[in-house]
Design a protein around this ligand. Structure first.
Ligand SMILES: [Zn+2]
Length: 321
């Protein structure tokens, strides 16, 4: 089996077992001299090395909106939003918008969005970054109570936002997205969005609808985007995608019937690529941050689960046992 997906592998105790409901326990994590805090979700770039920036929590003074991620081997670990938007302003995403024109190793110092940094961060760090960014994005988008409109307050070390007026407790949420590689006698079915450079293709994907199973979502999205029917899909693996709050659920789905002809306006093209074309494209890592034209099929980078689905399919075909 291939290595774990990017944005997984955070190694810490999230204290999701009820300890957070004790304010004294949370306060002890804040006053612990070992407490450190991540500054935002972006990764720092220093001398070509990429890492998440940690500073002692005590250095920051009073930070009522600091969020407790949990305890790791070195003690309590918190995160703060480095640049929280004012309450009246629509929040921007955290972590998605690093400079697109630098890559690890390019410059002596700088900041990367974690999407760009994922390939350079060790697995545990990329998992931690995804966790931190997903939480910060959720806090940004839940500053007001969805029930009554009052300003909410952070509780349980940041795992809850509580409404002081109607007493509703709001919990961080994750939005399920199915992503599937449809495979058949003609190869693999890949699609491209209208704003992508020519020859850049990826697996089909879409949000799970309310009242829908994952299997139903896969079949519906494939029919909408490609116009073909599938056999029951097989689950492969999942990947947090905290831009702002998705969980990508990866499947391989055998084609059953139908000619290509979807109706999704976001997709400019859907087509079959032969195993040979896909295998050739999988031999190199494409730079999706560059808009330079390519002379062949461009697959997503290895930090994306879409690429892992393609590689899984190629491996299975090479070794059908
Ligand atoms: Zn309320």
């Amino acid at each position: 089996m291939t290595e774990p997906n990017a944005f997984t592998g955070a190694e810490l105790d999230r204290a999701g077992d009820g300890r957070r409901t004790d304010p004294a326990w949370v306060e002890a994590r804040r006053s612990d001299p070992r407490a450190r805090v991540l500054i935002g979700g972006d990764a720092g770039l220093r001398g070509g090395a990429v890492s998440l920036l940690r500073v002692p929590l005590a250095d920051l003074g009073d930070e009522p909106e600091a969020v407790l991620l949990g305890d790791d081997d070195e003690g309590p670990l918190w995160v703060i939003d480095a640049d929280p938007p004012p309450r009246a302003k629509r929040p921007r995403l955290v972590g998605a918008a690093g400079p697109r024109d630098i890559s690890p190793g390019d410059g002596p110092e700088g900041w990367l969005g974690i999407r760009e940094a994922a390939a350079a961060l060790p697995a545990a760090e990329s998992g931690l970054a995804a966790y931190a960014v997903a939480l910060l994005n959720w806090h940004r988008a839940h500053r007001y109570c969805a029930n009554c409109g009052a300003a909410t307050e952070l509780a349980e070390g940041g795992m809850v936002r509580a409404c002081p007026r109607c007493r509703t407790q709001h919990h961080p949420r994750t939005d399920p997205v199915v992503i599937m590689l449809v495979v058949g006698p003609e190869g693999a079915l890949l699609g491209r969005r209208g704003n992508w450079p020519e020859l850049r293709y990826s697996a089909l994907a879409g949000f799970v609808s309310p009242g829908e199973s994952l299997e139903e979502a896969v079949a519906r999205e494939v029919l909408e985007e490609a116009g073909v029917e599938i056999e029951p899909p097989a689950y492969v693996s999942s990947q947090p995608w905290p831009f702002p709050a998705s969980l990508m659920l990866g499947f391989i789905a055998p084609w059953r019937a139908g000619e290509i002809g979807g109706s999704d306006p976001e997709l400019e093209d859907v087509r079959w690529f032969s195993r040979e074309e896909v295998a050739e494209a999988a031999r190199h890592e494409d730079d999706w941050t560059s808009d330079a034209p390519s002379d062949g099929l461009q697959l997503p980078p290895r930090t994306a689960i879409a690429r892992r689905l393609v590689e899984e399919w190629l491996e299975r075909a090479a070794d059908p046992a």
